[in-house]
Design a protein around this ligand. Structure first.
Ligand SMILES: C[S@@+](CC[C@H](N)C(=O)[O-])C[C@H]1O[C@@H](n2cnc3c(N)ncnc32)[C@H](O)[C@@H]1O
Length: 267
């Protein structure tokens, strides 16, 4: 993550003091500011030059201003693109004039899929299959309790449960749609996994021998605080791809060509 700093629950914030806010809110504010500047410019050109700026040009102006302000505020690079294409996409969809129910369906689908991503800063994306043998190798023989924090569609858990029937597997997922799909997949695969729909912050990590997480850089400080406070001595915290700032892992494992590393901390 570039720029900004992290607040006490690991959210990246920009600005400082009382204006600190997560990127989702900053992005919204930036878009509103860009809209107001564009409208002001529109009015000035109309008043002073007696000319009307064509709407496509006005939209392009708003998109460019929003994107530039995102750069200036040191938001991550993907926000620059989002800020640029967001107003253009809105106008394109209005022009396409899809029937309103389509928007409602899309809204419900995206809400159930991403749920509270604006707060957690952890969207759904699956881990690579190449990870499986490396995680399985970390599980000692016989009924060790493993949890996938943010279990998504349950792919990793189902494969692990098939590979290691001697262990006890659990998953916790905050978003309803991935959780529902993971339950259906587990039933179809006939594996016994405990899949919970809730925020992992509400679980007690003391119950687990291995806590696996594939979250995001923003989530790592809070995950580490929880692991430190609750996990028993000798148990393992495993993170795929993301490190904990200032806490070097005990082990780094290359999980395949062009695949992210697996980082392991022994508590
Ligand atoms: C990158 S995906 C990883 C999916 C899965 N573990 C895998 O390896 O394929 C991260 C998941 O964590 C979920 N998540 C984010 N914050 C969470 C929280 N506080 N509690 C539970 N799940 C969370 C997201 O909804 C998302 O599905």
């Amino acid at each position: 993550m570039r720029g900004g700093h992290k607040n006490n629950i690991g959210e990246k914030v920009i600005f400082s003091g009382k204006f600190s806010m997560p990127p989702s809110l900053s992005a919204l504010l930036i878009q509103i500011v860009a809209l107001l500047i564009s409208l002001f410019f529109f009015q000035m050109v109309k008043l002073v030059l007696d000319k009307i700026i064509p709407i496509p040009l006005l939209i392009f102006l708003q998109a460019s201003i929003a994107s530039l302000v995102a750069v200036f505020c040191r938001l991550d690079w993907w926000w620059w693109l989002i800020q640029f294409f967001f107003p253009i996409a809105i106008v394109a969809l209005l022009v396409a004039a899809f029937p309103p129910p389509y928007y409602l369906i899309a809204f419900i689908f995206l809400t159930l899929l991403f749920w509270s991503t604006f707060r957690t800063q952890v969207p759904y994306y699956p881990s690579k299959a190449s990870l499986l043998p490396f995680v399985a190798a970390q599980l000692p023989i016989n009924s060790h309790r493993f949890i996938d924090v943010g279990s998504g569609l349950g792919g990793l858990l189902i494969k692990l449960a098939t590979l290691r029937p001697d262990c006890h597997f659990e998953g916790v997922e905050i978003a309803p749609l991935p959780w529902l799909i993971s339950c259906l997949k587990a039933r179809l695969a006939r594996v016994s996994i405990n899949l919970m729909l809730r925020d992992y912050a509400r679980l007690n990590f003391a119950y687990y021998d291995v806590v696996f997480a594939y979250l995001s850089p923003a989530a790592m400080p809070a995950l580490w605080e929880k692991a430190k406070a609750e996990m028993r001595a000798g148990t393992l915290l495993i993170s795929y791809e993301f490190t904990i700032p200032g806490v070097p892992p005990d082990l780094c494992i290359n999980s395949g060509e062009n695949a992210p590393y697996l980082y392991i901390w022994r508590i």
